[in-house]
Design a protein around this ligand. Structure first.
Ligand code: ZN
Length: 174
């Protein structure tokens, strides 16, 4: 896989995604409030979001014409609520990533059948989504209150698998 030149390693790429997610939360979301609503945050930063029938294979997409064209996220209505939220956060991640380093039009389509999850932009968007929906400070707070991992996933509105992955990433980054 190829990394954008500004990232020397996957670790740096993940750290960058994590920092931008934290900055976005700090500017657009009340501290320690959960579950985080990625749709509301997208709207606050000028990204329109739509729930639509996107067919059997598409989770979501981000499009933005070059120039002053407005960014739009389309989310397939037929996905479980947790998955819907994760897809919204992932597409918002593509927008934040691209806006931070490149001009021009944007077009990302994320499919259930995708086999490019190892692609740098996909790793970035997934790391961003994980950080946005499962902020480190909130996970630590819920852990200190004695909640189980199932309860934490439920409180944060994410799947148990998404939480387990996030906990693994946090342990690796420590
Ligand atoms: Zn993607």
């Amino acid at each position: 896989m190829t990394l954008p030149s500004e990232f020397g390693s996957i670790r740096e790429l993940r750290r960058n995604a994590s920092e931008l997610a934290e900055a976005l939360l700090e500017a657009n979301w009340p501290e320690n409030s959960y579950p985080v609503d990625p749709i509301l945050i997208a709207n606050r930063v000028g990204v329109e979001t739509f729930s639509a029938q996107l067919g059997n294979d598409v989770f979501g997409m981000l499009v933005k014409p070059a120039g002053s064209g407005r960014p739009q996220i389309f989310l397939d209505a037929d996905q479980p609520a947790n998955r819907f939220r994760f897809t919204a956060a992932h597409e918002l991640g593509h927008y934040v990533d691209r806006s931070s380093r490149l001009d021009g039009d944007m077009a990302y389509i994320d499919k259930r059948s995708d086999n490019d999850r190892g692609n740098a932009e996909e790793i970035w968007a997934n790391e961003f989504a994980g950080n946005l929906l499962m902020p480190r400070a909130i996970i630590q707070q819920l852990e200190s209150e004695g909640l189980s991992q199932f309860q934490i996933a439920d409180q944060l509105g994410v799947s148990f698998d998404a939480l387990k992955y996030r906990l693994r990433m946090l342990a690796n980054a420590a």
